[in-house]
Design a protein around this ligand. Structure first.
Ligand SMILES: NC(=O)c1ccc[n+]([C@@H]2O[C@H](COP(=O)([O-])OP(=O)(O)OC[C@H]3O[C@@H](n4cnc5c(N)ncnc54)[C@H](OP(=O)(O)O)[C@@H]3O)[C@@H](O)[C@H]2O)c1
Length: 327
């Protein structure tokens, strides 16, 4: 393994849990820097994404669902970006100094709320040209989940109409733009006036406020014969009603985690799924992002020491994503 002197025999600062729990469980600690195994890279983390699912993981519910035995201190953070500090001996497509972003769910070596993270090299990519490190850090899980939903689960085709429910959120604002790039007509259901303005700016063909507007009426006006497909990122009564606008034979996808789980009207297919993380999909995401203007929206950036404030901010209305600045 090619471990640099910089990364050798040092400890790193991290936000780590000694046990699962509430905000008080998030503690700054000094921990050993993880080592990159043969097929891994060691990233000097500059920014981490704060996922909508991070509080759930902090409370220990993720490992329970996944049947994983946690090791403590437990470092949160599925998504992050930074500079490669070391590459494992079997990794040839990256070199020290490359600027990368990556995702790894429940990484036994620790997540991205830390100065260093050791990651499977297949889960990483060089940062697409125009993205800042914070934008790259928040992108992978939500971007890959959006893309898995649109292409693999919904099989979205050019010319089709798509409803994005939660279009101003993490997955939603990325899905909206990816769907436009795939040639779909997008009916965006965003949150609040600012969410509607945001969705319009990102290219939605029609954007409505899911917390104020008459969504069903607007959806029927948008597609009198019904909308072809829906990607749903938030649940509730409003979701069930909006989905009445999907045509018979249409299809609905939502990532596991959306609660309450949406239900489909008669004659409409519905599928819950998990976003995938692999090299081919990351390349596809980069290709679509690089094909023109694309906004990965970082609403707020917190310092590592402010991880608990970042978790509190997740529960409040915001657009797009939240990041931690590590370095
Ligand atoms: N299984 C997987 O692979 C996977 C991967 C990633 C995420 N997830 C899960 O997928 C879900 C969504 O993730 P995310 O990152 O997109 O979360 P998010 O950023 O919180 O997005 C959800 C969005 O929906 C909006 N919303 C809620 N009710 C609405 C309504 N009635 N009308 C319009 N918009 C509404 C929220 O706005 P407000 O904040 O203003 O309410 C928020 O912007 C989470 O449960 C997450 O854990 C699963």
């Amino acid at each position: 393994m090619a471990q640099t002197s910089q990364a050798k025999a040092q400890t790193m600062r991290a936000v780590a849990l000694d046990e699962f729990g509430g905000l008080e469980a998030l503690k700054i600690q000094n921990l050993p820097i993880p080592q990159a195994e043969a097929q891994e890279i060691l990233i000097r983390v500059e920014a981490a994404g704060v996922g909508a699912w991070d509080p759930f993981e902090r409370e220990g519910r993720f490992v329970e669902i996944m049947g994983v035995k946690p090791t403590f201190p437990y470092v949160l953070g599925t998504d992050g970006a930074g500079t490669i500090a070391a590459v494992g001996k079997d990794v040839s497509r990256f070199k020290e100094g490359d600027r990368v972003y990556a995702a790894q769910l429940v990484n036994p070596k620790g997540g991205f709320y830390a100065q260093y993270a050791a990651i499977k090299s297949d889960n990483a990519s060089v940062i697409p040209g125009h993205l800042s490190v914070e934008q790259a850090a928040v992108l992978p899980t939500d971007g890959l989940t959006a893309l898995t939903g649109l292409e693999k689960i919904l099989g979205l085709k050019s010319g089709e109409s798509l409803m994005v429910f939660g279009a101003s959120g993490g997955i939603g604002h990325l899905a909206l733009q990816l769907a436009k790039r795939l040639g779909a007509r997008v009916f965006a259901i965003a949150s609040g006036d600012d969410g509607v303005q945001f969705a319009k700016k990102l290219g939605a063909d029609r954007a409505v406020d899911g917390k104020g507007d008459n969504v069903l009426e607007a959806a029927k006006a948008f597609a009198p014969n019904g909308i072809d497909a829906a990607l749903v990122t938030a649940g509730g009564e409003g979701t069930v009603e909006a989905l009445l606008a999907i045509r018979k034979g249409g299809r609905i996808a939502y990532p596991h985690g959306v609660m309450p789980e949406p239900t489909a009207p008669d004659g409409v297919g519905i599928e819950a799924y998990d976003g995938e993380t692999n090299r081919a999909l990351i390349d596809r995401l980069n290709e679509l992002i690089d094909a023109g203007p694309f906004e990965v929206h970082v609403d707020r950036v917190f310092r590592l020491e402010e991880a608990s404030e970042a978790h509190e901010a997740l529960a409040k209305h915001h657009l797009g994503k939240i990041a931690l600045r590590i370095a």
